[in-house]
Write a protein that binds this ligand. Sequence first.
Ligand code: C6P
Length: 404
Amino acid sequence: MIDIEKIRADFPILKEKVNGKPLVYLDNAATSQKPQVVIDSIVNYYTTINSNIHRGVHTLSQKATDAYEEARIKLQHHFNAKKSHEIILTAGSTHSINIVATGFTTLLNKGDELIVSTMEHHSNIVPWQMLCERTGAILKVIPMNVEGELLMDIYTELLSNKTKLVFVNHVSNALGTINPIQEIIDKAHAVGAAVLIDGAQSCPHIKPDVQALDVDFYVTSAHKLCGPTGVGILYGKEEWLNRLPPYQGGGEMIKQVTFEKTTYADLPHKFEAGTPNIAGGIAFGTAIDYMNSIGFDNIAAYENELLTYATKKLLEIDGLKIYGTAKHKTSVISFNIGNLHPFDVGSIIDKLGIAVRTGHHCAQPVMAFYNIPGTIRASFSFYNTFEEIDILYNALIRAKNMLS
Ligand code: C6P
């Protein structure tokens, strides 16, 4: 059960006013708000143990190292990785995907095939296109239907012994579709292909079990699940992380450096060159603890109620069309009202204190599929309320009347 008053009290920003109105924050798919415990975790780090990690014998450095490594263990348990060194701390999903895409440069041959889906964020398209340019590999695309569901029969047909890698999101940021990743993984493995799942939009709602999924790589960003920006994870099976070359060279990722030859550090350090976002990593652990204290089953159930209520309410608006009506969805509603430009609608409701995202949501192929320039996207979190949905509804009516 969600105790909404208690939860909202954890988020100081929810008391803010924007343009003179109480903030109604419905842009959670872009980034979540941060509870006080996460803010405190960052402040405490800089106030009491700020120092560099894995380097010093001095007490502060050891305390900071312990706190950082403790966060890694929390993340290991949360994602159910077999080993803590299978959790690489990165700058976020984009960084994590680039580590894998760059690493595969030496593992692919011309004519090898890679499979992506129509509904990916640009972060899970562009690094792979760059990989194809470097290697001569070919990118194949799983199409979707008008509801925003992947055409799994065509996926099955695209797979062959030429397929080396499949990369899809667990949840689409533009549509909210929850993709059938277990089936995607199993079918890819049946032809010997590896799978990367982009969990940037799923992790705020669903707790993944990477061992049960048997996924090869899983990525996410802390800032989507109540943590800070600039930190995330790359989960990789140990054997894959050992096979991939390092992404960046520098301090901390080496065993020994001479001018003749450098040898690389063991996992996870091989992929963690340079001084990381230490406070961010520690606060990511705090955010995971916070989310687990609420419980992912409770979060999913409550957000599903919000989604059902908001969908019904918004569809009462004449001319409103929802893009993404898949059977399995998270609490994301992408929509347009008649021919009104999403930007104009977003700007008017911003004046009423409501934050939504407008535009192509870094998913231009999705917009091309529907032949639209963009949508208005309202994305709900476990700290949103039914009253806020009513406020959104009234604001949209007002915007529609002003613009028509
Ligand atoms: N989507 C959105 O408003 P970073 O920026 O690296 O933390 O996450 C990138 C990313 C990757 N995959 C998916 C499915 C995503 O949704 C995102 C980020 C935000 O939809 C910001 S563009």
